[in-house]
Design a protein around this ligand. Structure first.
Ligand SMILES: C[S@@+](CC[C@H](N)C(=O)[O-])C[C@H]1O[C@@H](n2cnc3c(N)ncnc32)[C@H](O)[C@@H]1O
Length: 454
């Protein structure tokens, strides 16, 4: 485990070095540039790769040429062709072609966005069509008719950004925050839904560097990372625990969906905890700091210390991150990771058990990973359910997979050869797996929701 953490640490240290280098090369005030529109911007390299590229310019060739790690690929070939059948072939083709990867842009409701949504749309981005399937959305917002629809334009199927409707547009981030923190009974009607822009092409916005005292406008992510957050269905005023929280992407997404009474972000690795703290500082205004705390516990013992204390718990577990492992630095690192892999399921089981103790009766735990591995996904959930009679798995197929099937590819059996009809309904409830496919390159992301019976 220690070795696993140190390799994760090493990976992120390198990334940070690249970013620091870029920041040094870009002395101009970042935020003054970031607010400007770049509609006429040519396609440029990512700021990590080219000095001085300004914000909001899109990247068409986001990655340097990368080569995959053969021992990892061979291991995946053997395991996943057995577990996923034909699905593995197409997932494999995407994972081996970083040039085809899509990127999501999650908007920060606490930041002033200026003309960012328009800029995104002009670059071919559109809103991830989150509908009533994601129950936390206000019906009032989903009912807002878009200017395009009203004009009978040809893009009627493209969801419009509800906050751009003049009735909902805040005049500044402060107004949005006041609305959330002080006018609580009414903000349910005006709270913006989670807004994530996606692009059918492999285009990505540059990441925004951390700038103390300035809120970032957006978080770049694999849009499948939102699925666990959607499954959690956080409501205003709830107590939420993010058990494995760094670098903080899902914590940021949770805060876009609702204003919990408490969001405790836990991360035992000190370096990653620092990164988590920076993410929170970059996305959340300081008045929210009393509601969002950072803790440093081993998640496996959290349940003993804070039994039944939370309404919702997210276990975004440490896992064999397939995308990243395929591009291990060298075959030595790849082999080391594969050696550690066998131990991961045991850790994940302990974390999930701990989460189930931490959640109150009636509350829910969402378990997620970013691997296709059956033992780390369905296997972990099944093991925990077997010895936890008060835990009840919930079916996410209708709620999440079906409404979002236009953007993501899902399976719920974890096996390509297995038809839906031939699998038991209990098995269906163990979780859904978003797996990368050409044109829908999001994932892998496994999500399972378990309710603790009253
Ligand atoms: C997949 S990452 C979480 C990503 C994060 N949820 C996000 O969206 O940005 C898993 C995290 O679990 C942490 N972790 C590892 N062992 C842990 C443990 N025993 N208890 C809690 N967290 C742990 C890792 O350091 C890592 O930061």
């Amino acid at each position: 485990m220690t070795k696993c953490m140190s390799s994760i640490h090493q990976f992120y240290t390198t990334r940070r070095r690249v970013w620091l280098k870029w920041r040094k090369l870009s002395p101009t005030a970042f935020w003054s540039r970031s607010a400007s529109s770049c509609r006429t911007a040519p396609e440029v390299l990512h700021p990590d790769e080219r000095k001085g590229a300004s914000c909001n310019q899109v990247t068409k060739t986001p990655h340097k040429q990368r080569s995959s790690c053969l021992p990892v690929l061979e291991h995946f070939d053997q395991q996943y062709s057995q577990e996923l059948g034909d699905l593995w072939e197409s997932a494999r083709s995407v994972l081996l072609d970083p040039q085809s990867w899509q990127y999501g842009v999650l908007l920060n409701r606490f930041s002033i966005l200026a003309d960012l949504p328009q800029t995104l749309r002009s670059q071919g981005f559109s809103l991830l069509p989150l509908t009533d399937g994601c129950k936390f959305f206000s019906p009032d917002l989903s009912a807002v008719s878009s200017p395009q629809k009203r004009a009978g334009g040809d893009s009627q199927d493209i969801p419009r950004d509800p906050i751009e409707d003049s009735r909902l547009r805040p005049s500044s981030a402060d107004v949005a925050l006041d609305r959330d923190l002080q006018l609580e009974p009414s903000f349910r009607l005006t709270r913006p839904p989670l807004r994530c822009y996606i692009n059918p092409r492999p285009v990505r916005f540059p990441s925004q560097p951390h700038w103390p005292g300035q809120l970032k406008q957006y978080y770049l992510l694999n849009a499948a990372s939102l699925l666990p957050v959607l499954a959690l269905q956080v409501r205003d005023g709830e107590k939420v625990l993010d058990l494995c929280a760094a670098p903080g992407g899902k914590a940021v997404a949770i805060m876009q969906c609702a204003t919990p009474a408490l969001l405790c972000c836990n991360e035992p690795d000190p370096h990653r905890r620092g990164w988590l703290a920076r993410t929170l500082e970059s996305f959340l205004p300081s008045p929210l700091s009393s509601r969002v705390t950072v803790s440093a516990q081993d998640g496996r013992s959290f349940g003993q210390r804070e039994e039944a204390a939370y309404d919702k718990v997210l276990v975004d577990a440490p896992c064999s991150n397939d995308r990243s492992w395929l591009y291990s630095r060298d075959s030595q690192q790849g082999a080391q990771r594969l050696k550690e892999r066998a131990k991961l399921s045991a850790l994940q089981v302990q974390l999930l058990r701990s989460a189930l103790s931490t959640v109150r009766p009636g509350g829910v735990v969402v378990y997620s990973t970013c691997t296709l591995s059956r033992s780390e996904n369905y296997g972990v959930v099944e093991t925990v359910l077997n010895d936890c009679p008060e835990a009840e798995p919930e079916d996410l197929w209708k709620e999440l997979a079906l409404p979002l099937s236009g953007c993501f590819s899902f399976t719920r059996s974890g096996c390509g050869g297995e038809t839906l009809a031939s699998t038991s309904s209990y098995r269906h409830r163990l979780g859904i797996l978003a797996f990368p496919q050409p044109g829908k390159t999001w994932g892998p992301m496994f999500v399972s929701r378990i309710r603790r019976r009253e």
